[in-house]
Structures are given as C-alpha cells and as structure tokens.
Design a protein around this ligand. Structure first.
Ligand code: 13P
Ligand code: SF4
Length: 307
C-alpha cells in the first residue's frame, strides 16, 4: 500500500513540482520540502525554479508572490484559507485612500500584504532587507510604510528615517508576554534572546539579536551560547535543533498563557492537503494579468536591490 509520503513523492515527480516551505510549517512539512527559507529566500527560489508546479507550503501572500514572480508556473497551496493577519490589516480600498492622502511619499510595503496592495506600492521589503530597501530611498524623499507598525518603527529607528506608518500588526508576534520573557531570562541567565522584528517594541527591548526567520536560525547556529530564548513562531526551532542538537531553544508563551504564538494560518497546511493539492492541482493561485504585472514592478525592484 502506498503511504501518504510515497504518494507525495510520486505526484511531485509526475507533476515536475517543487515544494517550497516556510519555517513556520509543521516539522513534518519542513522535512518534506525541497527548499526552506524566509520570505525573501522563498520569493527568490520561486522566481528561479525550473519546475512546472510550485507547491507552496506557507501562507497565501507568499504563494501569491511566487505566482507574481513566475506567472507561467502553476502555483498551488495546501489550504487556501492560510491567510495572514498582517496582510488582512491592510484592505486595498483603505490602503488606496491612505496612499492618496500622502501623494508626495514613496510607499514601501512589507511583503506580508495582498497583491492589490503590492500593485499600489513603490517598493516591497521583507524583514531581512527592510533596512537596505529604506536606505535605498533618497534622503529628501518622504516615506509611507505599511502594514506592520512594529517593523516600521523598528526600521525607522535603525535608519533614522521618519516614516508615516500604517497601523497593522501580526496577531502571533503581538501577544508575546513580557512577564514571561522576564521570567525566562531570570530562569536562563546565560541564554541569548533572539526576536523577529514583528514583535512590539517592549518585547524587542530584551533582544540580543533582531532579524528574519533565516537570520534568527543562522544566529542560533553561529553564537557560542548553548541556550536561546526564541521570540518568533516556534516552527523555527525545528531547524535550530537540526543544526545544533546540543543547544537548547526556549519558546515564549503568549499573554494569557495560550499557545497563540503558533501561527494558526501557517499551521492549516498538512501532509494530506499537500498530497491532495498535487493530485488535483488545486487550490491554485489565479490572478488577473494586470494585477500580476503591476504587483511585479515593486517586487522585482526589491529583488534587484537585494542582490
Ligand atoms: P520571515 O520573512 O522573517 O520569514 O517572516 C515571515 C513572517 O510571516 C513572519 O511572521
Ligand atoms: Fe502573518 Fe503573523 Fe502568521 Fe507571519 S506569523 S504569516 S505575519 S499571521
């Protein structure tokens, strides 16, 4: 009897498909991926693949980005309901109104946004290149940044650039408990604290390193400390353990003690849904040609600036 994993591998071959996965996926999915990365690395991999089909194990805006950058490919996602609270916090109509209220500004959007918002933006950035993208804008230009207010204010401080910032946030990073961070730092006094810039300022204040998921994983590997307190979605810990099994990685709980620091959207994807998607070539990312064309402009600029 063919088991689910065998079926996945057979279909992957038959479809000439590649599996791209984000670090917040379940460990089982991470181990089946051909390529893992943060948002920037996944966008680059999607652009450069020779496969006919991209099975994108991540959230909708990531799969949509893959389609925009490689429109001739079939892009499928295990669960079409895998959204993102940050992308949802910037509806296209409100974003257009906001953009029109700031006509003389360069509009920079974090990649965690819809294709419609991308198409209305001058530049896109990710958590790993945000500083570089903002620094590429001439000093005399005014800047609007959307949709993540925490990444926006972190980058504004880092670059010294004043920015008009959209009031959006990630529901996962917003609810880390400061009390628990303090308690864990007392319990593990030798641990380094690694954080994602989507965390609020009061949480980032405790971090020894702030960076993208790829950055955080690399830092945990590189640093000589043997214990790390992790302030991002705990999916990253799977790769950290694989890289350095002798080290200890401590996830932080959320306000109220719930397990809400697991991204509920990312975790919608399952092995069964991956197999079904490859078998049916659905759910598929389908977009209007003009939307693809317009959203590709700021994305391609970002890729060029990230080289
Ligand atoms: P990275 O680009 O750092 O992987 O972040 C993606 C994301 O959605 C974080 O919540
Ligand atoms: Fe969106 Fe937050 Fe989930 Fe990242 S962790 S995909 S920003 S909801």
């Amino acid at each position: 009897m063919e088991n689910l994993k065998d079926k996945l591998f057979r279909l992957k071959k038959e479809r000439n498909a590649v599996i791209l996965a984000h670090y917040y996926q379940d460990p089982e999915i991470q181990d089946l991926a051909d390529f893992m990365g943060d948002s920037l690395a996944l966008a680059q991999a999607a652009k450069n693949t020779n496969a006919d089909v991209i099975l994108f194990c991540g959230v909708h805006f990531m799969a949509e980005t893959a389609k925009i950058l490689n429109p001739d490919k079939i892009v499928i996602i295990p669960d079409m309901e895998a959204g993102c609270s940050l992308a949802d916090s910037a509806p296209a109509d409100k974003f257009l109104q906001w953009k029109n209220e700031h006509p003389d500004h360069v509009v920079v959007s974090y990649i965690n946004c819809t294709a419609e918002v991308k198409a209305m933006s001058d530049l896109i950035c990710t958590s790993s290149n945000a500083e570089k993208i903002i620094n590429s804008i001439p000093a005399e230009k005014k800047i609007c940044f959307a949709p993540d207010k925490y990444l926006g204010s972190f980058i504004s401080k880092k670059t010294g650039r004043d920015m008009v910032i959209w009031d959006g946030s990630c529901q996962v990073h917003e609810i880390f408990s400061e009390t628990e961070v303090i308690n864990l730092m007392a319990k593990y006094p030798d641990a380094d604290v690694l954080a994602h810039p989507e965390c609020p300022e009061n949480i980032l204040a405790y971090a020894d390193f702030i960076g993208s998921t790829t950055g955080i994983i690399a830092e945990a590997n590189k640093r000589s400390e043997s214990q790390f307190i992790i302030l991002t979605e705990p999916g990253v810990i799977h790769q950290m353990k694989k890289n350095a099994p002798e080290k200890e990685f401590i996830p932080v709980g959320s306000i109220g003690g719930c397990a809400c620091n697991e991204c509920p959207y990312m975790r919608k994807n399952t092995l069964q849904k991956m197999v079904d998607a490859l078998e049916n070539l659905e759910p598929q990312i389908l977009m209007r040609d003009d939307l693809i064309k317009n959203a590709a402009i700021p994305l391609e600029k970002m890729l060029e600036l990230s080289k």
